[in-house]
Ligand binder design. Structure first.
Ligand SMILES: C[S@@+](CC[C@H](N)C(=O)[O-])C[C@H]1O[C@@H](n2cnc3c(N)ncnc32)[C@H](O)[C@@H]1O
Length: 378
């Protein structure tokens, strides 16, 4: 039997049913066998899923346009880019390549820091990021970052969707939390009335109504993460990229089964109890919480847009022109994949927030569909 299944079953036998969040902590983050901590998470063709940076380098190049603007607006000596959950390092690679080529002075001035839990991923950067190693520092946990705060930008792509979440279901007029128990040596789901105060308050904040039988996921860890960033980022921007919606849409009765899903070798399923520790478990992010809780602790919303819109606003069409020749048809296809609404363009969202910036900067930093010519080369 799968080692991790045994460990989880022992825990349940000893202490009773565990909530789904705890099950997910084992499945993704058990130090030895968890999907992310053990380095089993594989991205790209040979892996379990694609992410935008693994689709085409233009994704990182476009983000570097925003970084250049942030750098110019902040006008600071210690500009830091802090990336969470960098995976194979493709985004860091593309951003740093683009800065090196187009803005060598900015390239020399920035520090790129990464927090990435998987030692396996970190090992792989030696090769991919070898030309940039002088600019990069990495850490396996946020707590390892020096306490000094910095000015700059915090970025993440598909990081929040990996946080362990609670699964809740409306049964007989009461909100229940899905727990995992064992029956005949198999995992089974059981429903226990929701008691967690924080979760109850979260529902009051974001969920207007729940239909009988409706299931939702809520993630209470995003707020801890935002608080950690609040302590680290003195002045600058937070760019969060992930799939998800605002609460009203996310928790509407259109999604009776919730949004969680599992990925194993590019196969999508809703069975978290198979391939435990070998498959990803993920859910759609509630961007309202990032925006509203963010506001409470000092992050002002600058912009919330779809990926397709963001890419157009920050210069992808100009990049696309470079690939007009027939020999570049695979580049064109990849870029369209990132942009088109029916592909990755609408389900992924970009949220830009600002901390300790004047209201003029917040207003002017990002204007709809209007790419300012921030680089001579664009
Ligand atoms: C879905 S992958 C996305 C990777 C990359 N951002 C990309 O777009 O290709 C999530 C990444 O976050 C990392 N990760 C997950 N939880 C983490 C945590 N608590 N701290 C640091 N890294 C984490 C995983 O190891 C993995 O590399």
């Amino acid at each position: 039997m799968n080692e991790l299944s045994k460990i989880i079953k022992e825990e349940i036998r000893e202490n009773g049913p565990i909530n789904f969040k705890k099950f997910m902590e084992f499945a993704l983050y058990h130090p030895e066998f968890g999907y992310y901590s053990s380095g089993k998470a594989k991205i790209g063709k040979e892996g379990d899923f694609y992410t935008s940076p693994s689709v085409h380098s233009s994704f990182g190049e476009v983000i570097s346009n925003l970084i250049v603007k942030a750098f110019n607006v902040l006008d600071t000596d210690n500009f830091t880019i802090l990336e969470f959950g960098a995976g194979k390092g493709y985004l860091a690679y593309d951003i740093l390549n683009s800065l090196k080529k187009n803005d060598p002075d900015i390239y020399k001035a920035v520090q790129y820091k990464i927090v990435e839990i998987s030692a396996e991923n970190i090992k792989s950067w030696e090769k991919l990021l070898k030309d940039h190693l002088e600019n990069i520092n990495w850490y396996q946990e946020i707590s390892e970052l020096a306490e000094n705060s910095f000015n700059g930008i915090v970025i993440s792509n598909e990081f929040i969707d990996a946080f362990p979440f609670h699964r809740l279901k409306m049964i007989d007029g009461k909100v229940n939390e899905i727990h995992v128990d064992i029956k005949d040596d198999n995992f089974v789901e059981v429903y226990l009335e929701l008691k967690n105060e924080e979760a109850i308050n979260y529902i009051e904040d974001y969920v207007k109504t729940l239909e009988i039988g409706q299931e939702i996921e809520i993630n209470l860890l995003t707020r801890n993460w935002l608080n950690d960033i609040k302590n680290l980022l003195n002045k600058g921007f937070l760019l969060t990229i992930d799939y998800g919606y605002l609460a009203e849409e996310l928790y509407s009765a259109k999604r009776m089964e919730g949004t969680y899903k599992c990925f194993y070798k590019h196969n999508l399923s809703t069975n978290p109890y198979e391939n435990i520790g070998k498959q990803d478990i993920t859910f759609d992010v509630n961007f309202s919480d990032l925006i509203e809780y963010g506001e409470k602790i000092g992050f002002k919303k600058v912009k919330y847009v779809s990926q397709g819109q963001f890419l157009v606003d920050w210069g992808i069409l100009k990049i696309l022109e470079r690939y007009n020749e027939p020999a570049h048809s695979s580049d064109r296809m990849a870029i369209k994949n990132l942009m088109m609404p029916e592909l990755m363009g609408s389900k992924f969202k970009f949220l830009v927030q600002g901390k300790n910036l004047g209201s003029e900067v917040i207003k002017e930093f990002y204007k709809d569909g209007e790419l300012k010519l921030i680089r001579k080369t664009l």
